[in-house]
Design a protein around this ligand. Sequence first.
Ligand code: SF4
Length: 290
Amino acid sequence: MSLLSEHKNPIHVSDKNFEKLRADCAHCFGLCCVALYFAASEGFPVDKEAGRPCPNLRSDFKCVVHDTLDQNGFKGCLAYDCLGAGPKTAQLTFAGISWNEKPENAKEMFAVYHVLQQLHEMLWYLTEALTLKPAQSLYPQLSILREETEQYSLEQPQVLLSFDIEAQRNKVKELLHEASKLVRAQCKSVERLGQKQKKTLGRGGDFIGADLRKLDLKGADLRGSYLIAADLRGCDFWGADLIGADLRDANLEDADLSECLFLTQRQINAAKGNSKTKLPLHLFSPVSWR
Ligand code: SF4
């Protein structure tokens, strides 16, 4: 039996909770276009400081160059995904009153958005961990932590701004790592990796521009790896942990990421792929890949 056929069992089950963590620009106040900074080195044509509206943002919070972001050098905007933090800040925390309607609230609103972005990222990962069949023993702890994180995200601005986000992140990180280990332990090919490959594929590895097509990536620990412009065509990521991996311009054509762990829409939007690239059920194929 080939290694590929051994690992075609699904890891994830579907979960409707991802739907609560989707961007919804129609119910936002262009918060990502104002509150965040841009850096010319990170997919933007110019630098922009946090809190200053992008010159392309109209007063109705629509983008003047929405249909031509790529051609205008705003690749960073195409990749960005607030995971639903924008509409929550706008409609729930600030009850639908925008920063240009009430400029005295602007600074606080932008700061809250930063906090909610981070809480929603935690919620996204916890939601995914709760879909991982091999991590079922952790479901009770994961559920409690997701509920707690969700409750914090509904708090008033003052509470959100005094919240110890780092402590919460560490709790989440620890549990996600446990879940990842349980999944990756199921991957027989990891046991078969030579010492050299195990070492090479460790967390935070530098694979910028590398051709990884010959490596067995199933069950690999690629957390925080630099995969910028890496050649990953046709690779099988069954059970590979990609949390925080930098996939900007990585070539994922024909790759199978359907059962990888902790991949986000932001990572996918920044990478290259094609109609044959397989993604997890909770992520979408970018229009340019179809
Ligand atoms: S270019 Fe458009 S999408 Fe990007 S930050 Fe500016 S207004 Fe927002």
